[in-house]
Ligand binder design. Structure first.
Ligand SMILES: Cc1ncc(COP(=O)(O)O)c(C=O)c1O
Length: 318
């Protein structure tokens, strides 16, 4: 995402609008590219960035929008493009959760100028570490190839495979290339995408059915335009009891987590940018109430029922 923003021409002082309900790396990438992160609150139903809040956050310094397709559901890309295009704003999609997702039948990378994917260990497919960028512009793709490898205009493969080839560096670059060993793992994982997804969809559907009607538990909804990648399944519980519920679910043998504590309330962001609680009320409410449940293809039917029973009991009893 840092390189996508740099390829998009982000300059120091440019503002990039993103969501506070995301992994810290989303906002950090804006800072790494020299930009200033500006947050826009989220839609309560999906936890994705709210286009109306994006529009309200635009200033004369805004250069880009960085929507995050959270949990596996794409943002309202129709509305985001309608805001971005007439103003000439760049759109970089954070598709770390959403390799398989679609919005009106189109995948990440269709709507934005760039889409960024993650193959980190927790993702739907993984090479351990690594990621990918899709770009809609051939010249930007060439630039990205340089930015990811010290600015070289030739890869090591091109330099060493046959006769030695002279190379040049005409731009500053980083060491962000994927190595062949990780790529070999990823090639095999890519073959499994749809199989893994089919199982994730089953698990997600079972959770949605089970948790849809339980007092004290709310779940996010899926928009009709969206094909969900079912990366994470989260529930919302009572704010005052969330941490006790989280603790007790773990005590009873189910692994849970929080995705995400709002980025603007992290100490670094408070101290550097002066954010205070209350700035983004919906994001803060979700951050204080959310719990992520186990969701991975190898979960057995028995384990899924155990998760459902345990979570339901704990919410009732705590
Ligand atoms: C929404 C989101 N964006 C970006 C990232 C960063 O991806 P990576 O770990 O590959 O840098 C993650 C998680 O890892 C994420 O959850």
């Amino acid at each position: 995402m840092q390189l996508a923003l740099l390829a998009a021409g982000i300059q120091p002082g440019d503002e990039v609008i993103t969501t506070p309900v995301t992994f810290i790396g989303t906002a950090n990438s804006i800072i790494m590219a020299g930009g200033t992160p500006v947050f826009a609150d989220v839609d309560r139903a999906t936890a994705n960035i709210d286009p109306a809040c994006v529009e309200a956050a635009i200033t004369e310094r805004t250069r880009a929008i960085l929507p995050v397709h959270l949990y596996g559901q794409m943002c309202d890309m129709t509305a985001i493009c309608d805001i971005a295009r007439p103003r000439g704003l760049v759109v970089v999609e954070d598709a770390a959760h959403s390799l398989e997702s679609e919005w009106n039948g189109k995948k990440p990378g269709h709507y934005g100028d760039f889409a960024c994917f993650s193959f980190y260990a927790t993702k739907n497919i993984t090479s351990g570490e690594g990621g990918a960028i899709s770009s809609r512009d051939a010249a930007k793709t060439e630039l990205l190839r340089k930015l990811r490898l010290h600015g070289f205009d030739k890869s090591a493969l091109e330099r060493y495979s046959n006769h030695f080839e002279r190379y040049d560096v005409d731009t500053f670059g980083w060491k962000y290339n994927m190595d062949n060993i990780h790529a070999a793992i990823l090639v095999e994982q890519i073959k499994k995408v749809e199989g893994f997804l089919a199982r994730r969809v089953e698990i997600y559907a079972r959770y949605a059915e089970a948790f849809g009607g339980i007092d004290g538990i709310e779940i996010h909804s899926i928009r009709p335009e969206a094909r969900h990648a079912c990366h994470l399944f989260t529930i919302l519980v009572d704010r005052a009891r969330r941490d006790r519920i989280l603790e007790e679910i773990q005590n009873r043998g189910v692994g849970v987590s929080v995705n995400f504590y709002p980025v603007h309330l992290m100490t670094y962001y408070r101290e550097r940018f002066g954010f205070r609680p209350g700035a983004f009320p919906v994001a803060e409410d979700i951050g204080a109430r959310t719990i992520s449940l186990p969701l991975y293809p190898k979960l057995t039917g028995e384990e899924i029922e155990f998760v459902i029973q345990t979570v339901t009991d704990v919410v009732r009893e705590t």
